[in-house]
Design a protein around this ligand. Sequence first.
Ligand SMILES: Nc1ccn([C@@H]2O[C@H](COP(=O)(O)OP(=O)(O)OP(=O)(O)O)[C@@H](O)[C@H]2O)c(=O)n1
Ligand SMILES: C[C@](O)(CO)[C@H](O)COP(=O)(O)O
Length: 226
Amino acid sequence: MSINRRKIAIIVAGGSGVRMGSSIPKQFLPLAGKPVLAHTIQAFANAYEDMEIILVLPLAHFDYARDILEGFNKPPRVQVIAGGDTRFHSVKNGLDQVKGDAVIFVHDGVRPLVTAALIHRCYEAALQYGSAIPVVPMKDSIRVVHENGNAAADRDRYKIVQTPQTFSASILIPAFEQPYDPLFTDEASVVETAGHAIHLVTGDPENIKITQPQDLVIAAALLGGH
Ligand SMILES: Nc1ccn([C@@H]2O[C@H](COP(=O)(O)OP(=O)(O)OP(=O)(O)O)[C@@H](O)[C@H]2O)c(=O)n1
Ligand SMILES: C[C@](O)(CO)[C@H](O)COP(=O)(O)O
């Protein structure tokens, strides 16, 4: 039987969605009848009864969050805070709200297809190893680009990284005291630079990130098939 630790999900939805090119940020766009972000919040609220959620949003869109949260039959435990200039700064704002010991899940608000099974897998591994980063294999061939050309690379040596990136608070919070580096595109890169080994877990190919318009079409099809 697993240990019961405090569980906090920091759902980062503070971006503006430039690559989606929509008039409102992609986390608020409709997907199978409700906003993308509503699916994401519901997934975490369903995964564990005692899940606490810190929702990081653009300051200008707090009203959208109120509408989304009012749409739940059983309101989840959610604290809404403002995001920062980059994903790193949004996560840091979320971490500033965390006091004491916990397992912390950092998840993209725009990965609405995350499952309870993946959240559970990350929780159990983070309890054991201090970190849990979901990854999936590469499907395509890849080439590495050099200054003077390019060359084939062995795709089996690379993995595609997803969220929820899950850590003990005692590892994640001190790591975010480092100065920002543009190479910090996820939490694993921050924690690794702080000197910790990163534990990988099996991700889920359906746990896609809504980045461009075609991702919404794929997500809708996947939800329709569930
Ligand atoms: N300053 C930021 C930037 C991003 N994010 C969040 O981080 C997640 C993954 O980022 P991405 O897909 O890049 O979202 P955007 O930054 O909104 O998209 P784009 O890069 O196309 O502008 C998203 O849920 C996004 O809202 C955030 O909380 N704060
Ligand atoms: C955290 C992440 O989703 C892992 O794949 C990704 O690094 C976010 O990157 P983005 O450039 O903000 O989309």
